[in-house]
Design a protein around this ligand. Sequence first.
Ligand code: C2E
Ligand code: MG
Ligand code: MG
Length: 476
Amino acid sequence: MKDAVILNLITLETVGSSFFKNYSWIIFLSLLIIFVALFAYYIWISKEKTAKLLSEHVYIDDVVGYSNYTKFCQDASVMLKYKDRQLAIVYVDVSNFKSINDFYGRDQGDRVLKIVADKIHDLVVPDGIFARHFADRFVCMLSYMDIPNLSYIIENYLAELALDIPGVAESIKISCKCGIFEVTDYEEDINEMVDKAAIATKIAKESISETVVVLDSGSSNRFARNQEITYMMEKAYEEEEYKVYIQPKYSFLTEKIIGGEALVRWESKVEGQIMPGDFIPLFEKNGFVAKLDFYMLEHVCAMIKRRIEEGKVNVPISVNQSRIHVYDPMYISKLINTFDKYDIGKENIIFELTESAFTENTQDMINLAYRMDNLGYRISMDDFGCGYSSLNMLKSLPISELKLDKTFIDDTSIKSRYIIRSIVNLAHGLEMTTVCEGCETQEQVDFLKSIKCDIAQGFYYAKPMPAEEFEKLLDS
Ligand code: C2E
Ligand code: MG
Ligand code: MG
């Protein structure tokens, strides 16, 4: 019995070990396969995750959390395949974003961009697409029924952006300028279409009144012309193509020349004479007018200085000063330096500041006028009646001359005549000299004389002429 048990145990042991001997490699192999499979699965999952993250990173704008421009271009090419819809590219530029970044830092700036992006998203998606192009610029592609309606919708919608943003001072409002480009050629390169919409935005940015500009042939021609002028302006300056013309000012009482206004003429070697109306507005936008104004002032000072040395008679010459000088903290010291350089009395020059400059930037302009007045410079308010300055403002301004705009005298109605008479009386009461611009007819001259307007400047007496001719006239 005992032997039998021992035998059994031996047999079991033998069978067990041979079983393990026979099958161990199978178990091992199975475990290995499971392990390899699990490992492969892990690798695959990680790869998927990384790919997903990577694609998100490639297509998502980190700052605003929506599609980036790469994704926009891909989606746009899909939209452009369906030619049954009218499509437009809308380019949005946050106007005063830089001041938010400067004053409140990048985090606040990023917050503002996110708010703008959310707004655009609500307007455009799901029918259209949009992305941040770069910095504070967004680009959208959407379908529309008609352009005036699209402009209207965008203008009103973006106006809502002018809401206060929490944490950003009330003085800083968000506003946007917008450019629209209508897609006509569905095969056109998407980047070129975006460039055109961006050009329309640039035109809107240059305009004081327009928020939304649709790029048509007129506006693109204007843009191209501005580009041309900008390209030529510096070279023209170096080559002294800007010429000083002077239009005489006549006393109504004596009918003699008692002054003159310096007016720039661009005598381009390429294009011939270009009038200030064709370049001064652009120079005011790109800042070049500041340089040009000092160029004119220097030439006039040099002329006066030379005439003093030659013992010739001088009359005060008016020079136009752009509104943009108000932003230059060095403006007054530049004036002082110019007068020091030519060593002429301040009574020889009258600085013309246009009325609209006072209404646009009232307090800064009044401050500038006072600083100039305290230093003894003479100031004239140009184009009076063109803007919307209040008569009340006249009493708080240190101006010695009021120039009535040509539009006043062109209106022959009894009411207009009454207004001119009242303004002349008012100016005299405030001890200002009155000048009427644009006198062209005997009838106008007779009327202005009858109301005791002091000075005439207009084609009736003389047109603007080269400074040398003006000098000859003065000496005759
Ligand atoms: P403004 O300062 O009001 O100059 C008067 C404008 O009226 C001149 O035009 C002059 O030629 C024109 N004018 C004078 N009398 C008559 C007239 O009887 N009939 C008509 N139809 N026009 C008359 P201009 O020379 O074309 O200058 C236009 C504007 O360009 C000036 O208006 C001034 O605002 C600006 N401008 C001219 N030169 C300068 C400059 O050197 N600096 C700056 N900042 N602006 C300038
Ligand atoms: Mg003037
Ligand atoms: Mg004027």
